[in-house]
Design a protein around this ligand. Structure first.
Ligand SMILES: Cc1cc2nc3c(=O)[nH]c(=O)nc-3n(C[C@H](O)[C@H](O)[C@H](O)COP(=O)(O)OP(=O)(O)OC[C@H]3O[C@@H](n4cnc5c(N)ncnc54)[C@H](O)[C@@H]3O)c2cc1C
Length: 210
């Protein structure tokens, strides 16, 4: 996202009491000490959220990049194959200018799906395929209650309006009216009660014998 979204997110997280270590990578963890490039942390709990790697398909090693994503051309055709296509998270449209390809996002996967369907029809009808170009309609992220960041192609904003924008859009993306209504009622109830999404079990659980 934009520098503006990054710095706003930084401020929001600080306000929430999060300690942030930028430009720091985790090197090792033995169950007690997390070794990082900056310092060591004593901790019994480590939550890894630094991303996922593609699940490689056997015999396709030569078509995989560093992140184990399948390298494709602009037509989503897998490198080294004429009749194999890959789209979404598993694929990476690699070019000289951009080795990392598009971000692993649902909107990219969705657009690639529609595009590839048209290209497969084009092949069937002996027509020319069209190169895939991602139509970036914007990115948004929610950070916490009343805190979110929105980067639209023509406008960038953050805070409570961004948060409501995020919720409205995600509500609209749900299929059928009943789902939207149920989620809206649940969210409104949680918002009014200041209900936290995270619930910790802090009392002892009595187990039934036998
Ligand atoms: C925690 C999290 C939050 C995210 N939040 C966002 C967000 O806010 N906005 C956004 O745009 N994107 C978000 N993403 C990314 C988004 O989910 C992905 O980019 C998107 O789902 C990619 O779609 P896909 O169809 O390529 O893969 P997937 O949605 O992963 O679908 C692949 C499917 O293939 C199935 N599969 C795998 N291997 C096999 C096999 N061998 N045989 C049969 N089936 C198999 C899997 O079970 C899965 O159902 C998030 C991802 C994560 C993990």
């Amino acid at each position: 996202m934009s520098d503006n979204a990054s710095s706003k997110s930084y401020k929001f997280l600080k306000k929430l009491g999060v300690n942030i270590w930028l430009k720091t990578t985790v090197k090792d963890y033995d169950g007690s000490i997390a070794v990082t490039s900056a310092t060591n942390f004593n901790t019994k709990t480590l939550i890894w959220s630094a991303g996922v790697m593609g699940s490689p398909i056997s015999n396709m090693d030569k078509s995989l990049n560093r992140g184990k994503r399948v390298i494709t051309d602009q037509y989503n055709k897998v490198k080294g194959y004429e009749d194999v296509f890959a789209i979404g998270d598993v694929a990476c449209i690699e070019s000289e200018a951009d080795k990392r390809g598009y971000l692993m996002l649902a909107s990219v996967a969705g657009q690639q799906g529609e595009h590839l369907a048209k290209n497969l029809n084009a092949i069937a009808n002996k027509k020319k395929m069209k190169a895939f170009v991602y139509n970036d309609r914007g990115t948004m992220a929610t950070i916490g209650r009343n805190k979110a960041v929105v980067d639209l192609p023509f406008l960038k904003f953050s805070g409570i309006i961004a948060w409501f924008t995020w919720m409205f859009l995600h509500l609209m993306l749900l299929v059928d009216f009943r789902n939207r209504l149920v989620v809206l009622l649940n969210w409104s109830w949680s918002y009014l009660r200041n209900d936290k999404g995270l619930r910790l079990v802090i009392r002892k659980v009595k187990r039934k014998e036998g």
